[in-house]
Design a protein around this ligand. Structure first.
Ligand code: SAH
Ligand code: SF4
Ligand code: F3S
Length: 472
């Protein structure tokens, strides 16, 4: 899943817009909630659920931490540096809390789940710790704090999907939205903390997903991204067992909500992505031709140590199927880890050669960070020196940059359908939006508006962006 640890300028612009709308929600006499999110899209989506639960309980959102009665950090534990960021942020809030001792500071999400009571011991300013399945309990937890105690709920559930909760769209551009379709993860990739922080995999009721998509369309949204750690294993069954829905079928039903509503999804797992999903993508014009297919490594021995349950040949077979069914135009992105335990130079070269084979459009690349309690931490030695991990990371990034540029250059001279998300970050004379392949396209505004589909002739590109001109 795409990591949102780094805010781009584009994101910051949306944040600015969101700040204004957030403050408008602040009503007199209500307690004020300030919430910040780290980590993956799932966490950002969860913050929208948390906000909804708390609004129902009389809280109003604010964009200013200093004026908040409750500060919540929705945290990520995926890598060591993600956790450091949160600790650093908490120290910044210490000053606020000194000035306003009745202010409640809560830690939510994956780091809360991982550290549990340790958080309360280590970070004295934290009053509340709530794991990803405990958000309905937040009002009670705040009450406990009001009574002078620290409060914690880190129970993981087998069935909580928050299906009935309508998320409050935070930092929204009003055009694109995330829709959570499942929670947890049953894969046991040896490096990964997620199965421990988010619990068992469970799928959300198909009707609640369809309703949320329909409501979004009615509110003017034009794109939904279906979210899960492994969307291909989505599996829902009605209570009487008469109706069963897999991911390809869910995708089809969401696509049928309206041809005006674009559908994206993330994350696909190489072991589970089926030809049925690929044919469904081909069948519907509004299902975007873009697949995020994390490889993690291009070497079969390392993939086995990672417990990814596929090898290099299997991964290549899936790439070949994508190319065969959806063609060269389908964008593919990756997640890769460099310097996993015992990785040799040769095995690292296999990752580079896999990248050349696939010709990824872009990717998210990380140096291996050992996470306490994971199978890798228990059984394998984190033996690749930091400088080697980083050198390999830089090599992977350099290859990706070249591939991204080459893939983007293929678009020059073509006309792409772009869904306008807002002004470009540099100037209000330009609009920006994504094409089918999830690439940002910038073009002169003329009379086009946010939320419209515009045909754009691509004339130039960088490794990150396409530039062009509307030809409607
Ligand atoms: N469910 C998604 C991944 C979610 S985590 C999937 O299976 O693809 C997002 C990415 O973070 C992973 O794909 C992996 O590349 C990276 N990651 C996870 N644990 C890591 C670790 N311990 N060190 C470095 N990167 C890690
Ligand atoms: Fe982690 Fe693997 Fe699950 Fe992804 S599929 S969340 S990497 S355990
Ligand atoms: Fe997401 Fe980070 Fe948790 S990537 S699932 S918020 S550990």
């Amino acid at each position: 899943m795409k990591s949102l640890e780094i805010l781009t300028d584009e994101d910051k612009q949306t944040l600015e817009v969101a700040r204004i709308s957030l403050d408008e929600q602040g009503k007199e006499g209500k307690k004020k909630l300030y919430i910040e999110s780290y980590g993956c899209q799932m966490n950002f989506s969860d913050s929208e659920i948390v906000t909804s639960i708390l609004q129902e309980n009389g809280y109003a959102t604010t964009s200013l931490a200093a004026e908040a009665d409750v500060i919540l950090l929705n945290t990520c534990a995926i890598r060591e540096n993600a956790e450091q960021k949160v600790r650093h942020r908490l120290t910044q809030f210490t000053h606020l809390k000194k000035k306003k001792p009745q202010m409640v500071v809560g830690v939510l999400g994956c780091m809360a789940e991982r550290l549990k009571t340790k958080f309360l011991e280590e970070e004295k300013i934290v009053d509340v710790v709530a794991g990803p399945d405990a958000y309905r309990d937040l009002p009670n937890l705040f009450n406990e704090v009001d009574e002078g105690q620290k409060a914690i709920n880190v129970f993981l559930s087998r069935d909580e999907t928050y299906a009935d909760i309508t998320p409050v769209r935070l930092h929204s551009n009003g055009v694109t939205a995330f829709v959570s379709i499942m929670r947890g993860c049953d894969n046991m990739c040896s490096f990964c903390v997620v199965p421990y922080t988010r619990g068992r995999e469970r799928s959300r009721d198909v009707y609640s997903i369809l309703k949320e998509c329909q409501d979004l369309l009615n509110e003017g949204f034009r794109e939904v991204t279906l979210l899960g750690q492994n969307v291909d294993s989505y599996k829902w069954e009605s209570e009487d067992g008469s109706e069963k829905v897999n991911f390809a079928q869910l995708l089809e039903r969401v696509a049928l909500v309206s041809p005006e509503l674009r559908v994206r999804f993330s994350t696909s797992h190489p072991k589970d992505i089926t030809d049925e999903v690929l044919y469904t993508m081909k069948k519907y014009e509004n299902i975007c031709k873009y697949i995020h297919l994390p490889a993690q490594s291009g070497n079969s021995r390392i993939l086995k140590l990672m417990n990814r349950t596929y090898d290099r040949d299997w991964y290549i077979n899936r790439i070949d199927a994508i190319r065969e069914i959806l063609g060269e135009e389908c964008a593919i992105s990756q997640d890769l880890i460099t310097g996993f335990c015992t990785e040799t130079e040769e095995e690292h070269q296999d990752t580079l050669s896999l990248m050349e084979y696939v010709k990824y459009d872009y990717g998210y690349m990380f140096a291996y960070s050992e996470r306490p309690g994971t199978p890798a931490a228990k059984k394998l030695e984190d033996d690749i020196p930091e400088d080697v991990k980083l050198r390999r990371l830089n090599e992977v990034i350099a290859v990706q940059r070249r591939l991204s540029l080459a893939r983007n250059e293929m678009a020059i001279g073509q006309v792409h359908k772009v869904l306008v998300e807002g002004f470009s970050k540099r100037s209000e004379d330009f609009l920006c939006g994504r094409n089918d392949q999830n690439k940002m396209v910038i073009f002169p505004k003329e009379n086009y508006k946010k939320g419209e589909y515009v045909q754009v002739l691509v004339t130039e590109c960088t490794s990150g962006t396409l530039l062009g001109k509307a030809v409607n």
